[in-house]
Design a protein around this ligand. Structure first.
Ligand SMILES: Cc1cc2nc3c(=O)[nH]c(=O)nc-3n(C[C@H](O)[C@H](O)[C@H](O)COP(=O)(O)OP(=O)(O)OC[C@H]3O[C@@H](n4cnc5c(N)ncnc54)[C@H](O)[C@@H]3O)c2cc1C
Length: 418
């Protein structure tokens, strides 16, 4: 890959709006294919992004593909070897993740987004022209094709325009690119709101991702994810429609779980929040329980801008990075062929949804199924008592067995009989 020093082209091969995991991975892949990329980012790095900070197996795969895994592993992190669940009946189960024998590291990590995104963005910056502090506000269109962007450069204090053969919207949950393309409106039935804070001093941390189903925020969950030096990312998330229907104050619910809930009050008794309660931050998660249009004449959407977050687990970094790599592969070919029409770029949508569609569909079913408290409690209870059920779930989490089996009546029968 060629290093670049902001030479500024009159027309770029690709302009990427947003330098989060989706945008940075896309920029690196395009540069690897010899394309001239302009990466425009509203913030100045390093910057924070409200998140649970869990780096799943899918993200690890993208990091390996781009040769960035070692740099991420060198960051302060919590190693993750399994997942723990508790039910509203307070049954508790730990399910170890399958270990990839060819690979010595932990199967998953929790890395603060401040650090993770900085690794990705600093690498992307070496091989793309980059402007930080640049907020895109408009798309430039000609003859029904998107041909550039307009926005405010906070360094020059000017509105500036840049032109590219393909414009890639990687600008997150409130994507201006998606809005300008007419698909950006988040639907409360397909959107989660989540809050998180960094805690010190929680007891009983065990290198597990912890997902706890608690009555006050059902159907939703409370999480504790292990970070470096015994710190933890703690949060709650629920579908926006459910929050509205039930009139839940998520912030109050989260604080109350840590102070009053019988499973957690002792674990949090001597804990403190970095920055105090004012530092509890919330953000929106556009989820892939519906298929947002992502390809247009001269434009593509990736990551949260394409509404690709897992509707059950809330994971979005993996799909953001995977969609970024897939978009880059298709955009590079379309640029070489001189055809960036919506029809040509549909190959991106097909390849992306072929890979992630079945898993998003299952997760949407799991999200709906999680509304049945009886079922949820039954599975956690049976899993806490049966090694066999734990092994089946572990295989599903590792994608060795189809996750869809979790909602298969035969699996439920097997659980019932266990
Ligand atoms: C509370 C919470 C917990 C979560 N927990 C997890 C988790 O544990 N694991 C997981 O995998 N996922 C999690 N997610 C989801 C995950 O954070 C997102 O899916 C992921 O950040 C998507 O990456 P992205 O690159 O698409 O967007 P982002 O990371 O949002 O990056 C978008 C970038 O675009 C920039 N930008 C925005 N507008 C403009 C503009 N107009 N012009 C230029 N630049 C712009 C922003 O500054 C930002 O840097 C969580 C989300 C939330 C809210």
């Amino acid at each position: 890959m060629k290093l670049r020093k902001n030479r500024m082209e009159s027309v770029y091969d690709a302009i990427i709006v947003g330098g989060g995991p989706g945008g940075s991975c896309c920029a690196l892949r395009l540069a690897d294919k010899g394309k001239k990329v302009l990466l425009l980012e509203k913030a100045t790095y390093p910057r924070d992004k409200t998140c649970g900070d869990a780096v799943s197996g899918k993200t690890v795969k993208s990091l390996k593909t781009l040769g960035l895994l070692e740099q991420v592993q060198a960051q302060p992190k919590g190693d993750v070897y399994g997942c723990a669940f508790s039910s509203t009946n307070m049954d508790y189960v730990e399910i170890p993740f399958k270990q990839d024998k060819a690979y010595a590291g932990a199967p998953g990590y929790c890395v603060r987004r401040y650090n993770l995104d900085n690794v990705l963005f600093s690498n992307a910056k070496k091989y793309s022209d980059t402007i930080e502090g640049f907020s895109v506000t408009e798309l430039i269109t000609e003859n029904n094709f998107v041909v550039g962007v307009r926005g405010f450069n906070s360094a020059t204090k000017k509105v500036e325009e840049y032109r590219g053969k393909v414009i890639i919207g990687a600008d997150g949950a409130n994507s201006i690119v998606a809005a300008k393309l007419g698909v950006g409106k988040n639907d409360p039935a397909h959107e989660i709101i989540a809050l998180r804070a960094y805690y010190k001093g929680i007891t009983g941390m065990k290198n597990n991702i912890e997902l706890h189903f608690v009555d006050s925020i059902l159907p939703g969950y409370f999480w504790i994810f292990p970070l470096e030096d015994g710190t933890a990312n703690v949060g709650v998330g629920m579908v926006t429609d459910d929050i509205k229907k039930k009139g839940i104050d998520l912030r109050k619910a989260m604080i109350s779980i840590t102070k009053d809930h019988p499973l957690f009050k002792e674990r949090f008794a001597n804990s403190s929040i970095e920055g105090g309660e004012a530092a509890i931050k919330g953000w929106t998660l556009p989820v892939g329980s519906f298929h947002r249009k992502n390809h247009f004449n001269g434009a593509l959407l990736i990551g949260d801008a394409a509404s690709l977050i897992d509707p059950f687990t809330g994971e979005g970094i993996g799909n953001a990075s995977f969609s970024g790599i897939t978009a880059a592969d298709v955009a590079a070919k379309a640029i070489d062929e001189g055809n960036v029409s919506e029809e040509r770029l549909k190959e991106y949508d097909t390849a992306l949804w072929k890979e992630i569609g079945p898993e998003l569909g299952t997760s949407y079913n799991l999200q709906k199924w999680g509304r049945h408290k009886f079922l949820l409690n039954m599975i956690i209870k049976k899993a806490s008592r049966s090694q066999k059920i734990r092994e089946v779930i572990s295989g599903m989490l590792a994608n060795e067995l189809p996750r869809g089996d979790l909602i298969n009546p035969m699996f439920l029968l097997q659980v019932l009989m266990a």
